[in-house]
Design a protein around this ligand. Structure first.
Ligand SMILES: Nc1ncnc2c1ncn2[C@@H]1O[C@H](COP(=O)(O)OP(=O)(O)OP(=O)(O)O)[C@@H](O)[C@H]1O
Ligand SMILES: [Mg+2]
Length: 369
């Protein structure tokens, strides 16, 4: 057995997802999962840490607190599964992105800051930790994101005879296009998904997310607002591209908002923004795929899924990843467990066709327990 725990907390800042897998060269077997919510107070400090005026001490305290939550979810997962830390080869921890600044043009080198305290985490749980997965790709001129298309290819592509696409609806949405026949795998971020939906409903309704898009359904699409949002340059630039909440945030949205707009209409318009930006992104796919497999927490937003399906050509069947045997909420953390395995096995895991990096690279760094 080759047991890895993947830890993921994305741009939604909702929770730390942990997934335990047994990984073999040709298979990732899911064993168990656990998640802990990021408490409101910590979430708010993580959001504020996205501003560049944080002291070194504040930063270190935040990293330690975040690592403590990573330790809690890891130890609870092990206890629930009745497996001891010594049996685990490594924890692969993505960390919490505080700032993502991919290269703006060719020959630029970008950077991406993930909060983590890998040494403390590994000392606390007694398991080696692999982390900092994006840095090497960025150093090679890549976007450092998205990193999951290689994993999507690994778990979803070989069963498919015709090209398929996988859409991760996290805080930001990213799409992978996989053609098993030709071996083609491409991918890129399509734009905002849950992060704006969550932030807008939190401001107006005090809720962390819009359950099944029920509040959005009470509103009407504001076409003028939608068109102005879609005019953002991110939506029209061709891949490679990636983004984050340093761009798509409430300040960005507020710059388009008229005070007379009804909040539920804005929420409805944000659903449409995600659906339309996903549909528009098909222009960069070599062929229209037959299937779109949806994963990430947004897969539980039934209204958003309905709108995405309606915005796509009829030939595309839209279904969540559960229909393909993987819980939508587990895909990203499984991907990082697999990226940890790739690191230990010296297997390059970035896809230059996705990130724009100048070459393949082994991703990550490792600290021993
Ligand atoms: N029942 C639901 N209805 C609507 N939205 C939901 C529901 N369940 C989860 N979500 C959305 O999913 C989000 C969490 O998704 P997820 O964890 O995939 O995003 P993330 O942390 O940004 O991940 P990543 O960046 O790795 O893709 C929540 O913040 C919420 O917006
Ligand atoms: Mg999450």
């Amino acid at each position: 057995m080759s047991l890895y725990i993947g830890l993921m907390s994305g741009t939604s800042m909702d929770a730390i997802d942990a997934v335990l897998c047994d990984i073999k060269p040709d298979e990732v077997q899911f064993i168990n999962a656990h998640a802990v919510s990021i408490p409101d107070e910590l979430k708010s400090r993580l959001e504020h840490a996205c501003r560049p005026d944080l002291s070194v001490t504040d930063y270190q305290n935040l990293a330690r607190e975040y690592a403590a939550l990573c330790a809690e979810v890891t130890l609870q997962l092990l206890e629930n599964t009745q497996i001891s830390p010594e049996a685990i080869t490594a924890v692969a921890s993505h960390g919490q992105t505080l700032w993502h600044a991919p290269p703006k043009q060719r020959n630029d080198i970008g950077y991406s800051i993930q909060l983590n305290d890998a040494d403390w985490l590994s000392a606390r749980v007694g398991i080696p930790v692999i982390f900092d997965f994006r840095a090497r790709d960025l150093a090679l001129g890549g976007q450092g994101a998205p990193l999951v298309p290689a994993f999507h290819q690994f778990i979803f592509a070989d069963t498919a005879q015709t090209p398929i696409a996988v859409l991760n609806l996290g805080g930001i949405a990213n799409i992978s296009y996989l053609d098993a026949q030709s071996g083609t795998a491409i991918g890129f971020d399509t734009g905002p998904a849950n992060t704006l939906l969550d932030q807008w409903i939190e401001r107006h309704q005090g809720q962390r997310f819009d359950d099944h898009g029920q509040w959005a359904q009470q509103g009407k699409v504001n076409i003028e607002l939608l068109n102005r949002l879609l005019n953002d340059a991110f939506f029209s630039i061709s891949p490679p591209k990636s983004s984050g909440r340093e761009h798509f945030n409430l300040a960005w949205l507020d710059s388009f908002i008229d005070e007379h707009y009804r909040p539920q209409d804005v929420q409805r318009t944000l659903v449409e923004l995600t659906a339309k930006s996903v549909a528009n992104s098909f222009q960069w796919l070599p062929k229209c795929p037959d299937k779109l497999i949806i994963c990430g927490g947004g897969a539980f937003n039934s209204f958003l899924l309905e709108r995405i399906a309606q915005c796509l050509p009829d030939q595309v069947t839209v279904a969540d990843s559960a229909e393909y045997g993987v819980d939508p909420q587990h895909v990203e953390a499984m991907a990082f467990a697999w990226l940890g395995w790739c690191f230990d096995n010296k297997k390059p895991a970035n896809l230059p066709a996705v990130t724009g990096a100048s070459q393949l690279a082994v991703l990550g760094k490792r600290v021993n327990a």
